[in-house]
Design a protein. Structure first.
Length: 137
């Protein structure tokens, strides 16, 4: 029975060391994480979508520009409302460090307009309210 107890102690010790090492690796990975341009643009477009919903509730239509929404995107981000009406809106966001690349989003529909496309890859936004981005470096 003494040998079994010793073996069990070694296994438990291995599990503790393994778990501790894994937690340390996860902690250092979290500390090293930084927002990518694509994640910043997606977050910005989600904020625009939320602000557009509030604006529509108050005014009966979506805002044709960012200014009436009262948003202040990060300095390196430019947001453009490509079109807006009572039934929908489309937007594009561009990051200063990613010239020629963009993320797009739409909600609802605009008469006579297809879903917006990204600038570089020309990918069409496919799901309402979900930002679609060009591949970014």
């Amino acid at each position: 029975m003494g040998a079994r107890s010793g073996s069990l102690a070694v296994v438990l010790l291995s599990l503790v060391v393994g778990s501790t090492g894994q937690l340390q690796a996860q902690s250092s990975a979290r500390a090293a994480w930084q927002a990518t341009p694509a994640s910043v643009l997606k977050t910005t477009l989600r904020s625009v979508a939320a602000a557009q919903e509030r604006y529509r509730a108050a005014h009966g239509r979506f805002a044709a520009g960012v200014e009436p929404l009262g948003l202040r995107p990060e300095p390196e981000v430019r947001v453009d409302i490509l079109g807006a009406s009572a039934t929908g809106w489309q937007g594009r966001a561009v990051h200063r460090t990613q010239p020629g690349r963009s993320c797009v989003v739409f909600v609802g529909s605009l008469e006579g307009a297809e879903a917006p496309r990204t600038s570089a890859d020309h990918e069409m936004a496919g799901e309402e309210g979900v930002p679609r981005c060009d591949w970014m470096r």
